[in-house]
Ligand binder design. Structure first.
Ligand code: PEP
Ligand code: MG
Length: 587
């Protein structure tokens, strides 16, 4: 019997949902210690250069072998990441830096590799962008691989794990995870990483629970410790007490039952018992997510955040690259529609190769549509590709951060020119392509009636709309307590937008995080939102709730909410109402 009274609970980022309880397997990735050897003769230098060459070619061969393996297992995500790592391995700058270090500093091959990789990797330290941060870990992996090949030291092979375990590591590369036996490996827990890190992508592809970004988890866990991993809420409990273990075992059972039940809803219509339909769509950032769009029964893609195409590279994507990706997305999603949002750069999404002036207030600066209307050639390249892809299925185009009429008129003028060019060049496209705008700035809400006359649909981006309405930086943890989607002002705003849209005969989508949160569904239903677009993993739960609350009830709920003046009162009331209908699910 465990005599401890407290468990150790760590909070990270839940990137692949589900609960697991099991023994930890701590991956040993201590840094390789080296002592620098100084070279005296040209022959020694030549010898060390030869060792680098040999190690580079061995590293490439090993990665190609891993690639073959993952392709065999049809894990496309990993194959894609390994391609990116091979590119780094062949990068001229990396190789030149290593060889120059050997020649000029007259040091051995291993020290030169370690030195070069440390410098390259350090240059990524101050980058806020999660995607670019991932390139840092690619460089680190590649560095370690070359180093191990030079020194003839093997990396711990995780495919040899035979006992059911949860992998605990600083970070994991696709080369580590691709060969894992999923019957043995129950989940991943890592110090580093974010929602789009390799470990996260792989965990979702393998459908095993995972929590990343735990910072020091490898320091707190020993191999064979019992741990609980809750990938849904991003929590890891280390060496749980008997009571926690019992509670979590029950929670796990309940969760698994609910999950199983949810799949019953996959092919059922997303409508209330009194026949009110809300279309449920998926938000995606990567082409790799397309499989979950279909798996969770989305009726299309309501938001494709195309800025992710611009990240993780040194140059801008060409029209052809945009076109090929959009064509692939629509072909896979057809007959359902796809909404492509044009580049939403800035705020917390930056590109290293686009030199934006430093701004005091980047969230209110030259971002999204403002940037595109300034750098109009970048905008036109993307728009032309979007138009071309509209010949292959129902593509809609969505413009982010619209603050007023002027921007729409400018966009429409550009679109007109591009359509005329394509027509002249006899390139097929849909001349009736639907255009929509993100409603995420309060000024757009105030003149929503005017804007509604110019576009085919609105898409409410609650992540930014709440940020700008309540003046809360959405990534600042000190003010996050104020970030409340049930703030009376937000409810009124949504109401204004829906009324303006409907009285002008256009539809309203909601694509911010609020759309995927079950607690808010009755409110959104009552407000008359036509479509909800969310992380595909949220769709089934939302559908389940939708199918058990009538439109009539939601109207009554909305009337009752009108009496409350604070977000806390509204939230308490909605929770109470939801708990009556779904006991235990909203506590
Ligand atoms: C939003 O602001 O709600 C939104 C969907 O866009 P993003 O999160 O990409 O800013
Ligand atoms: Mg936004």
């Amino acid at each position: 019997m465990d005599s401890r009274e407290n468990d150790l609970l760590l909070k990270g980022i839940g990137v692949s949902p589900g609960i697991i309880i099991g023994k930890a397997f701590l991956v040993d990735r201590r840094e390789i210690e080296l002592s620098t050897i100084h070279l005296n003769t040209d022959a020694e230098i030549k010898h060390e250069l030869g060792r680098v060459k040999q190690a580079l070619s061995e590293s490439k061969q090993q990665l190609l072998n891993v690639k073959k393996e993952v392709e065999h297992k049809k894990i496309k995500e990993a194959s894609y990441i390994i391609d990116a790592q091979i590119l780094i391995l062949e990068d001229k700058l990396l190789i030149e830096n290593i060889t120059t270090t050997i020649k000029e500093k007259k040091v051995d091959a291993a020290s030169a590799v370690k030195d070069t990789v440390r410098k390259l990797s350090k240059s990524f330290d101050d980058i806020g962008d999660e995607y670019l941060k991932e390139r840092k870990s690619d460089i680190d992996y590649i560095g370690e691989r070359i180093l191990r090949n030079i020194l003839g030291r093997k990396r711990q092979d995780l495919s040899k794990i035979k006992e059911k375990s949860i992998i605990v590591a600083h970070d994991l590369s696709p080369a580590d995870t691709a060969n894992l036996d999923v019957d043995v490996v129950m989940g991943f827990v890592t110090n580093s990483g974010g929602k789009t890190s390799h470990t996260a992508i792989m965990a979702r592809a393998l459908e095993i629970p995972s929590v990343v970004g735990l910072e020091k988890v490898t320091k707190e866990i020993n191999s064979r410790d019992t741990i609980i991993v809750d990938g849904t809420i991003g929590v890891v409990i280390i060496r749980p007490t008997a009571e926690t273990l019992r509670n979590y075992s029950e929670k796990k059972l309940r969760y698994e039952q609910l999950e199983k039940e949810l799949f019953k809803y996959k092919d059922l219509p997303s409508e209330t018992p009194d026949g009110y339909h809300i279309t449920l769509l998926a938000n995606i950032e990567l082409v790799e997510e397309l499989s979950s769009v279909l798996e969770y029964g989305a009726e299309g893609i309501g938001l494709y955040r195309t800025e992710f195409l611009y990240l993780n590279r040194k140059d801008l994507p060409s029209e052809e690259e945009h076109f090929n990706i959009y064509k692939k997305v629509i072909e896979k999603t057809s007959p359902h529609p796809v909404t492509l949002r044009t580049l939403d750069l800035g705020g917390d999404k930056f590109l290293s190769h686009i030199d934006l002036a430093e701004e005091m207030n980047p969230v209110m600066g030259l971002r999204a549509i403002r940037f595109c209307l300034k750098e109009v050639n970048i905008f036109k390249t993307q728009l032309r590709a979007i138009l071309r892809s509209s010949a292959f299925g129902e593509i809609k185009v969505l413009f982010p951060m619209i603050s007023g009429m002027q921007e729409i008129l400018q966009i429409k003028k550009i679109l007109k020119e591009l359509k005329a060019d394509l027509k002249r060049e006899k390139i097929p496209f849909n001349p009736q392509i639907k255009i929509g705008i993100m409603i995420e700035i309060p000024s757009a809400v105030i003149i929503a009636d005017l804007l509604a006359k110019e576009v085919d649909f609105f898409s409410i981006g609650t992540n930014d709309l709440i940020q700008y309405t309540l003046a809360i930086d959405r990534v600042n943890e000190h003010v996050s307590y104020l970030y409340n989607p049930l703030h009376p002002s937000i409810i009124r705003i949504i109401k204004t937008v829906v009324e303006a849209a409907h009285s002008n005969g256009i539809e309203v989508v909601m694509c911010g995080e609020m759309a995927g949160e079950p607690l808010y569904l009755p409110v959104l239903l009552g407000l008359g939102i036509d479509k909800l677009s969310m992380n595909p993993l949220c769709i089934l739960k939302i559908k389940k709730i939708l199918r058990s609350i009538s439109y009539h009830e939601s109207q009554e709920l909305l009337k009752a909410i009108d009496f409350f003046k604070t977000s806390a009162e509204i939230e308490k009331f909605v929770k109470k109402e939801m708990n009556k209908r779904f006991p235990g699910e909203f506590e």
